[in-house]
Design a protein around this ligand. Structure first.
Ligand code: SAM
Length: 437
């Protein structure tokens, strides 16, 4: 019987072999050495190759197996202690972002900069800043090329907002401040949910998050939020358009209603590829000036990164309104396209889905002995789930949870598209009779 340790080591070895052979066959150099300063903004051919399904599978296996083998061999006390203190990584990263250290180091180039000079540009104490950057370098974010001299590596370069360090301003992190209230929020027994959410406590407000964001005094936060939303999926939208819901199968002139559209960046991207489709963007009044009521002759209601903003009871209400406004056979059939992450359990068990033949339901589970949800490969999904709770009482859902809320809202799950290299899935539903439970 091969030990779990050996199985994990084999998975890593085999996947490294696969990676090397794919890169060799394509004539592309393997990814940068993260222990060395970066000399530029990366290689476009290498960035494109990272989307290759064989590369995605090999990288996912290495990430999951490396994290698991490390946790397996490490003294449990040390693993637990490091996890308990990993907030320091976030806190130090927050410092680097607020002080625009990646921009300062981009301007310094691969020779790097002494902590004294970085601190002078950032107008803070050099000794503490050097210690903060060393903690980050220890986690492979920045590299310390000589004692107290730091440079960007490919990971810290990602923090660079590609502006001059003189043009950047201070920012406060909504998520970071809210997270400090997570435990207190769970313990509290105060009234309405919005008053006891970590965000509400941290920012001392009883307004729901999106209303708070639209207050005149929070216009900077709103602008930043709009940009962040535009940024999510910008690089992967092509993949989404090719391998997700098939917009090209809709008849010319079909009407797509983007519910909670933000500034309409998704519709604009789809319209560029499919100019024969029509679009309506709906959002809160200060985001765009448009109708807020459901539109009755839509062919598609698109909810992109919207369902996860709401707890089940609110999402169910929203889905019912859309169901009431949907076209049903024989006059047509409105499709509901939800673009959201799908959470998988970390337990190796079969999900208890009701019988049905919606294709593409199960995302590919990781091979034994890896955690079936691919462990840290999908860590971001579980982080965003916390953000949804902290800010909105929202939730990232499992597929059975989606199916249940859709059913209660009067929709029937038709098909799920899991798209390689994209964190969000496309969950497609059609109108179904509303079942009162
Ligand atoms: C997470 S963002 C998603 C934006 C966009 N769909 C995207 O994919 O980037 C959620 C959006 O829902 C909007 N929203 C929140 N409450 C709303 C409401 N009651 N009516 C319409 N839109 C709302 C917010 O203003 C925000 O733009």
């Amino acid at each position: 019987m091969v030990s779990t340790l050996r199985q994990l080591a084999s998975l890593i070895n085999d996947s490294v072999d696969t990676l090397e052979s794919i890169y060799l066959a394509r004539g592309v150099a393997l990814p940068f050495d993260i222990t060395l300063p970066t000399t530029g903004s990366g290689d476009a051919a290498e960035a494109a190759l990272r989307q290759d399904p064989g590369v995605v599978a090999a990288v996912s296996t290495i990430m999951a197996a490396a994290a698991q083998i490390s946790a397996q061999v490490c003294d449990p006390v040390i693993t637990a202690r490091n996890a308990a203190q990993s907030f320091y990584v976030s806190a130090c990263l927050n410092v680097a972002q607020e002080l625009n250290v990646a921009e300062v180091l981009r301007e310094a180039g691969p020779e790097g900069l002494d902590a004294q000079e970085i601190a002078a540009k950032c107008k803070v104490d050099a000794g503490v800043l050097a210690r903060i950057l060393r903690l980050l370098a220890t986690h492979h974010i920045f590299c310390e090329i000589r004692p107290d001299v730091f440079a960007n590596n490919p990971i810290s370069a990602v923090l660079d907002k590609r502006k001059s360090s003189n043009d950047l301003f201070e920012k406060s992190s909504l998520f970071f401040r809210s997270a400090t209230e997570l435990a207190a929020s769970l313990r509290s027994a105060e009234g309405v949910p919005s008053a006891r959410l970590p965000f509400s406590r941290a920012f001392n407000t009883t307004l729901p998050f999106f209303e708070w964001l639209h207050q005149p005094q929070n216009s900077t936060a709103l602008a930043r939020f709009g940009l962040a939303m535009k940024g999510i999926g910008e690089n992967t939208l092509d993949n989404e358009l090719n391998a997700g819901f098939q917009w090209g199968d809709l008849l010319p002139n079909s009407l797509i209603v983007d519910v909670g559209s933000g500034r309409g960046h998704t519709s604009i991207q789809i319209a560029k590829k499919y100019p024969e489709l029509r679009f309506v963007n709906q959002d809160l009044k200060s985001q765009i000036r448009d109708a807020e009521r459901p539109i009755r002759d839509a062919d598609v209601f698109l909810l992109r990164l919207v369902a996860h903003n709401w707890p089940d009871r609110e999402l169910e209400k929203m889905l019912r309104h859309l169901r009431d406004a949907a076209k049903v056979k024989p006059t047509g059939e409105t499709r509901l396209v939800i673009v959201d992450k799908i959470v998988a359990s970390a337990a190796r068990s079969t999900p208890s889905l009701p019988a049905g033949d919606a294709s593409g339901k199960a995302a590919c589970a990781a091979p034994f002995p890896l955690l079936p949800n691919w462990g840290i490969v999908n860590a971001h999904t579980y982080y965003v789930d916390m953000t949804m709770f902290m800010l909105l009482d929202g939730v990232e859902r499992t597929l059975p949870a989606f199916e249940a809320v859709l059913r209660r809202g009067g929709w029937k799950l038709e098909k799920v598209y899991h798209i390689t290299g994209v964190e969000e899935s496309h969950i497609v539903a059609v109108p179904a009779p509303v079942i009162v439970e």
